[in-house]
Design a protein around this ligand. Structure first.
Ligand code: SF4
Length: 77
């Protein structure tokens, strides 16, 4: 199991491909942040950190998680 971290200014996003169920909620929720086929495919700074956190929270599999860098509301890993 490998979890990769994508670093942003206000929020980091981590992704574990083994858990992804390909529901597409991330790419449909914030296409400017999550774009399959782009490298890196996650750009945490491409949208407001609150929106990024919201869409990451909607990931049904736990493949995506986030950590806020200036607040204490990060998800547990
Ligand atoms: S929302 Fe989560 S499970 Fe769905 S495609 Fe994105 S990372 Fe995978």
């Amino acid at each position: 199991m490998t979890r990769r971290t994508y670093y942003g200014e206000d929020i980091n996003v981590t992704f574990d491909a083994d858990l992804c169920q390909h529901s597409g909620r991330c790419v449909s929720g914030l296409p400017q942040v999550f774009e399959v086929g782009r490298r890196p495919w996650v750009l945490p700074d491409a949208a407001d950190a609150d929106r990024v956190a919201q869409v990451v929270s909607s990931c049904p599999s736990g493949a995506l998680l986030y950590e806020r860098k200036h607040q204490a509301d990060s998800q547990a890993q």
